[in-house]
Write a protein that binds this ligand. Structure first.
Ligand SMILES: [Zn+2]
Ligand SMILES: [Zn+2]
Ligand SMILES: [Zn+2]
Ligand SMILES: [Zn+2]
Ligand SMILES: [Zn+2]
Length: 436
């Protein structure tokens, strides 16, 4: 139950769980008996009615909702008893279909059981079907009520009642400073004088009670302005420091990406090959690899090559990747170039030749398929640059003399990772490459 003082502060508490108290009825030209809620016995508030034939009883909306909730609680309780196969007496109301069959009640299918215990209208005991009866609203509109505040002489109609009790000048409101109850129409005047109301100094932006504000001297104000500025500066300095640290980390990252954590350009080569007798490596700075045997297989098939490996494991995350250069000294037929991932044991295996064709070996197939036709041409003496960019997963070959670029896109070179080595194969005796 609400205390009277809380109703004075929050008048809506009064209508939270019942209708308008009967004693607030000021005047009515009609008999008010059928405007009374049978649950709370007060004047109907926001009425809803039972829609069952010959009932049409009206209730306050809050009252009937509360009733329905209580009934629903009973249903849950009865169901749990039912599930333990206990014989539960059915609703004794006249609406129950099973009142004469209580012995077999526990065998009733659960669905029917629930139906019989649906919340019923308190009056007719049949399931409550919510409806609205316009005449009740019209009758309610014709009555006149008293305000809940004794001092108030206003007599609001039913429709204006809620609005009035909220705006009534006699409503009590707590002062934001001292917390004491004030009449609504005197609150402003009180708060303009109350010593405990909080006031913000327009210069230092500090909040303090009116009492302290009156003692707030210029010295105090300037002092606290300095203090708050000092705090702001300290916070900003801290932020700047954090940003600087982030910036440094980013710079380091970018540097690492640009330079990589390995060398970018291969300028020193060492070679290994299973077929040492096939190749001759000469030179110091620029090494020439020359095929000196006609074939390693007497039944040499087309596209048989003699391999040699560049003995470098390369690992880089640099944006520009790895660059190495090679001059074609002598080349009668095809040159095979391979780049092999040390991570996934996958290699890009392709052939270039003087016709400008680029052929590529499919994964797990021992056959080279034409990938580009006639656009990447070169001749003996031309220098080729290879650039493998792990970040973009792409390989670019440039003919420096002819300014032709051939680019293998990520879709053409299944992911290589950032660690790989390369190998070359020559086909015809006397072919030679110079690595520079
Ligand atoms: Zn009621
Ligand atoms: Zn009813
Ligand atoms: Zn009033
Ligand atoms: Zn006050
Ligand atoms: Zn101040």
């Amino acid at each position: 139950m609400q205390t009277e003082s809380s109703n004075l502060l929050n008048p809506l508490e009064l209508l939270k769980d019942s209708g308008i108290p009967k004693h607030l009825l000021y005047q009515s030209k009609i008999e008010v008996d059928h405007l009374i809620c049978p649950i709370c016995l007060n004047i109907l508030w926001k009425p809803v009615a039972c829609g069952q034939d010959k009932c049409f009883q009206s209730y306050c909306e809050v009252c009937i909702n509360k009733w329905i909730q209580e009934q629903a609680g009973d249903v849950v309780l009865q169901e749990s008893l039912y599930s333990q196969s206990l014989i539960v007496a059915p609703d004794s109301g006249s609406g129950s279909q099973y009142s004469s069959q209580s012995s077999s009640f526990s065998e009733m299918p659960q669905q029917i059981h629930v139906e019989t215990t649906l919340p019923n209208c308190p009056k007719c005991k049949r399931p409550f079907k919510k409806t609205s009866i316009p005449i009740i609203h019209n009758l309610l509109d014709s009555i006149q009520l008293s305000c809940i505040y004794e001092e108030c002489t206003t007599k609001p109609g039913y429709e204006q009642f809620q609005k009035h009790i909220l705006q009534c000048p006699y409503r009590r409101i707590n002062c934001s400073g001292c917390g004491l109850q004030q009449l609504q129409n005197e609150l402003e005047q009180h708060e303009n004088q109350c010593e405990q109301v909080s006031i913000e100094c327009s210069k230092c932006l500090n909040k303090m009670s009116r009492k302290l504000f009156q003692l707030h001297s210029i010295d105090d104000c300037v002092q606290s302005q300095f203090t708050s500025k000092d705090n702001q500066i300290a916070q900003l300095s801290k932020k700047i420091e954090e940003l600087n640290q982030k910036n440094q980390l980013l710079e380091q990252k970018i540097c690492k990406m640009l330079k990589g954590d390995s060398f970018d350009t291969m300028h020193q080569f060492s070679f290994k090959t299973m077929f040492t007798q096939n190749y001759q490596f000469t030179g110091n700075q620029a090494i020439e690899a020359k095929l000196i045997r006609p074939s390693f297989n007497l039944q040499k098939q087309k596209n048989d090559f003699l391999h040699f490996y560049i003995n470098h494991k390369i690992k880089t995350q640099a944006v520009q990747g790895i660059i190495w250069r090679m001059r074609i000294q002598t080349l009668k037929g095809n040159l095979l170039i391979g780049i092999c991932s040390t991570l996934c044991h996958y290699s890009i295996d392709f052939i270039i030749n003087k016709l400008g064709e680029i052929k590529r070996k499919e994964w797990n197939e021992n056959k080279y398929k034409l990938l580009r036709k006639g656009n990447f041409t070169f001749s003996e003496g031309d220098t080729l640059t290879f650039q493998f960019m792990p970040l973009q997963q792409c390989l670019r070959i440039t003919n420096e003399n002819r300014h032709i670029v051939c680019r293998f896109e990520p879709t053409e070179i299944i992911e290589m990772g950032d660690s790989f080595f390369s190998f070359f194969s020559l086909e015809n005796q006397g072919d030679s490459l110079i690595f520079i």
